[in-house]
Design a protein around this ligand. Structure first.
Ligand code: 13P
Ligand code: SF4
Length: 336
């Protein structure tokens, strides 16, 4: 590496927040991360929306359900969670005596932020005869107010685990909630939250893209708004979308979810074409700004220093654990 390249790499690290911690730019971070995994009996769990380098070093890459299941079953001493805060928090709740680290503690989620627990408590009080099914993209405080948690992979199974006459509040994602009402035929009271990434796709631009690529299948995550979902040939969680692209004979796909998933789609079907669905303006909005706060450098640092850790109050962990375990049990019974 030249001096100019080393200086540029240092500036880059500084921009990402490493003002005090100097990483030797000659370090092979991939090899270092493998060394730390062995030394510390650590497991790296990564969501599909993480940057490609992080996916490439992960021991397990999955959707929110897969990650929670892996967190529940791991025998590792140190859980390194390459995802967003609510995911790492879920891993901690399932492993209260283990260390769980997140490369960047600021990796939040607009959907989780859209449902503050104190406001939700007031909302819930208006519907005393309803059960609360809460999407896993929420804070531990919200989980503690819920009867059961769900993800996009198991939401239908969770809803259908209640008798048809049972009244339901679904929170916090109104788009996923509206999709599930249609899919299950169950009326549900919805909280008004949404994901900034999945709300940005342009129906008009996807339609144009579809006309320009007549053989391409449109695939969408159910966090997208209804006008976009109406265009989709297939709707599913990140892992379901990935499976669809592997098994469907089509050779081109317009992908209406966070662009990070395309890395795995391309690895698993190298001869197929994946076109990110365009947002309704010129920004790179189909990159989740929270997911992308994690970098390989921060991943290495959090493994080396075992910081930043997820620290939670015991009573909150206890209260939030019940609805998560209920979700995992229903999923297990449903073979998910
Ligand atoms: P899944 O990977 O569970 O489909 O969730 C998508 C998502 O938005 C995670 O933040
Ligand atoms: Fe939250 Fe949306 Fe980012 Fe997922 S993609 S972490 S739901 S903001």
């Amino acid at each position: 590496m030249t001096d100019i390249n080393i200086a540029a790499a240092k500036i880059n690290l500084e921009k990402k927040g490493f003002l005090d911690l100097d990483i030797d730019v000659n370090l092979d971070l991939f090899a270092e991360i493998e060394r730390l995994k062995k030394e510390k009996n650590a497991i790296v769990l990564a969501h599909y929306y993480q940057e490609p380098d992080i996916q490439d070093v992960a021991d397990y890459i999955g959707d929110s359900l897969g990650l929670a299941q892996k967190a529940q079953s791991t025998s590792a001493d140190l859980i390194v969670f390459a995802g967003v805060h609510f995911m790492a928090e879920t891993a901690k709740i399932l492993n209260p005596h283990k260390k769980v680290v997140l490369p960047d503690l600021k990796a939040g989620c607009s959907l989780a932020d859209s449902a503050p627990a104190d406001l939700f408590q007031k909302f819930k009080d208006q519907y005393p005869d309803h059960v609360v099914i809460t999407y896993i993209n929420c804070s531990a405080g919200m989980k503690a107010l819920s009867d059961v948690i769900c993800t996009s992979s198991n939401a239908e199974a969770i809803i259908n685990s209640f008798p048809p006459e049972q009244k339901i509040i679904f929170a916090p994602d109104k788009n996923l909630g509206a999709y599930l009402i249609k899919k299950t035929g169950r009326p549900m009271v919805l909280w008004n939250g949404s994901c900034i990434v999945h709300e940005i796709f342009s129906r008009e631009k996807i339609t144009k893209l579809k006309l320009a690529n007549p053989g391409a299948k449109v695939i969408a995550h159910p966090e997208c708004e209804e006008p976009v979902l109406e265009l989709a040939d297939y709707i599913g969680s990140t892992s379901a979308l990935l499976k669809y692209t592997q098994n469907n004979p089509a050779t081109a796909f317009i992908v209406a979810t966070e662009s990070g998933i395309i890395h795995q789609m391309q690895i698993q079907a190298p001869f197929k074409t994946f076109i990110p669905a365009p947002p309704d303006n010129m920004c790179a909005c189909n990159d989740c700004p929270y997911m992308k706060l994690n970098t390989l450098e921060k991943l290495y640092l959090c493994m080396e220093y075992e910081e930043p850790q997820i620290i939670m109050q015991e009573h909150l962990m206890k209260a939030a654990k019940k609805p998560i375990e209920r979700m995992l049990e229903i999923s297990r019974q449903a073979g998910l």
